[in-house]
Write a protein that binds this ligand. Structure first.
Ligand code: 13P
Length: 251
């Protein structure tokens, strides 16, 4: 049985004091129950080091929201895998649809980032998902397949064991429109079968596939009870300690 993994993608929210407040709230809430799921928080870069100190000796793990694929050099505004490791990150979100659309990241760029993250000892949360137009024209599986094949190109099976895949239909992100559990399950199953084809049955069975897109306490349980949904990548609902923890409790 795969353990559920709930990750909070804070996106561009919370300054340093806001981050301290949110993490303190989550820690206080954890005093009341024993989480059955793994928990990851992904604050903006500026709060990572403080977050790492605050979550020390708790079950909460730390991730960043992006990184660049070079080691160092003249890349103004970017951070490397090694830098993220140095402030205590274990995970990094890569290929989020906001990076793909607003910042023009291609499958090729994302593949370079995934490889570099793995080489640097970070675990990528590799995001994929179709737009509304793609879903309505019936090409969801085709789009997702290309993102998986290109994004994971030349990643070995042993490295894949450190990758989490997050299926986030673009039309469900920040819109309040969640995929139905059946719609999400169908794509998750497709992704797992594809991984079986590209790697092995074992790799497919062990892969954690998160769902993301308007996950909230009210819909988390039903989504997380699907066979191939192994967790959630939560945006808006992770910005309040109670709603984040309620999603963790649904696992
Ligand atoms: P929302 O939960 O706000 O829809 O965001 C989902 C997401 O993009 C997480 O990465």
């Amino acid at each position: 049985m795969r353990k559920k993994v709930i990750a909070g993608n804070w996106k561009m929210n919370n300054n340093l004091s806001g981050a301290v407040e949110l993490i303190s709230g989550i820690k206080n809430g954890l005093a009341d129950f024993e989480p059955q799921a793994d928990m990851i928080i992904c604050p903006p870069y500026i709060s990572l080091e403080t977050a790492a100190a605050l979550i020390k000796d708790t079950p909460i793990k730390l991730g960043a929201q992006n990184m660049y694929f070079e080691d160092s050099g003249a890349y103004t505004g970017e951070v490397s895998a090694e830098m993220l490791k140095s402030v205590g990150c274990e995970y990094v979100i890569l290929g989020h649809s906001e990076r793909r659309t607003i910042f023009n990241e291609s499958d090729e760029t994302i593949n370079k980032k995934v490889k570099k993250a793995l080489a640097g000892g970070l675990k990528p949360i590799f995001c994929i998902g179709e737009t509304l137009e793609e879903r309505e024209s019936g090409v969801t599986n085709k789009v997702v397949e290309k993102q998986v094949r290109d994004g994971l190109q030349d990643i070995s099976e042993s490295d894949l064991a450190n990758v989490i895949v997050a299926y986030e239909p673009v039309w469900a992100i920040g819109t309040g429109k969640t995929a139905t559990p059946e719609q999400a399950q169908e794509v998750h199953e497709f992704i797992r079968n594809l991984i079986k084809e590209l790697y092995s049955e074992n790799a497919a069975q062990n892969l954690v596939i998160q769902y993301g897109g308007s996950v909230k306490p009210a819909n988390a349980k039903e989504l997380l009870s699907q066979n191939d949904i192994d967790g959630a990548l939560v945006g808006g609902a992770c910005l309040q300690p109670d709603s984040f923890l309620d999603i963790v409790k649904s696992s």
